[in-house]
Design a protein around this ligand. Sequence first.
Ligand SMILES: [Zn+2]
Ligand SMILES: [Zn+2]
Length: 353
Amino acid sequence: MKAFQLVENGKPLQEVEIDKPSPGKNEILLKTVACGVCHTDVHIHEGFFHLGGDAKLPLPLPEPIAMGHEIYGEVVEIGDGVKDIEVGKKYVAYPWIGCRECNECLNGREHYCSPMITQNLGVNVNGGYAEYVLVPDSKYLFDAGDTPDEVAGSYACRGLTAYSALKKANLKKGDDSVVIISAGGLGSLALQIIQAAYSINPIVVDIDDKKLEIAYKNGAKAVINSNHENAAQKIVELTNGGASSVIDYVGSASSYEFAAGLFGVRRGSTYVMVGLIGGQTTVQLPMITLMARTITGVYLGSLQEMDELMSLVREGKIENVDVEVRHASKATETLDDLKNGKISGLVCLTHEK
Ligand SMILES: [Zn+2]
Ligand SMILES: [Zn+2]
């Protein structure tokens, strides 16, 4: 099978011919229909996360890998032990697969399994930048209902992360003082999910007016460009004294600093950091205590959360976002475009000619 593999960090991906896997007892072989390109792929490609200044958190690459963890695929072959999966049907693969033996894995938190032993699809083992993907068990496959092919895979990472972050943001149904930072890929999915799951029309913040315009059309109560003067003050006014929850899908020093100015006089508010743009910043400690503020991080989402999210998807409650489709041979260019902010929504790769 053909695969576009990361062989050396920072270098263009290589088109290679590798063996097509064949499924063992409980395994399923998917033919990749579409695979989302997520910002995490940019970090894996670069080989590090930015920790601020010159500091970097390395992401070792022990061997060449076909990235791609937002996989939507058609079942082409199943092992003898697979009962509940139909050949020919399409599924989204939950890619955050742990060792399936440690305490985290056995307690439903495979996405918290040690990074030394995880088997994440498209991160530790070949993913959707290859024509076929091997999934170790049917429990990782989810029906996406009528979702268009190009959208479905995005629920496995960005959709799931967006949903998991919303669950940790102490939201109350109908709350009108919630702020989402980012109108990009993650932010646009979060905007759809928060309306479907919580009946909330949030305020959306970004630095790109074009993306903000789309967010407004997609149901944001208000959109604010954080580069504009008095942007934070305006949000404090719009939320009658301060945001109750800010979910930051950017995760940079400047987005954190902007968020810290949005809580006004409101006590008990929650800040959720999701994005991984990185950097470092200072924190005014008394404000955490005096304002009884919660600051929390979110990393992906559990299999259970994926199940909840996919139920909403199948019920047709989440509006589909626009996704640009590119051929898999454009993977390197797509990673560059994503890194340079040249993609305004979501993008996926396909192996179809
Ligand atoms: Zn991702
Ligand atoms: Zn584990």
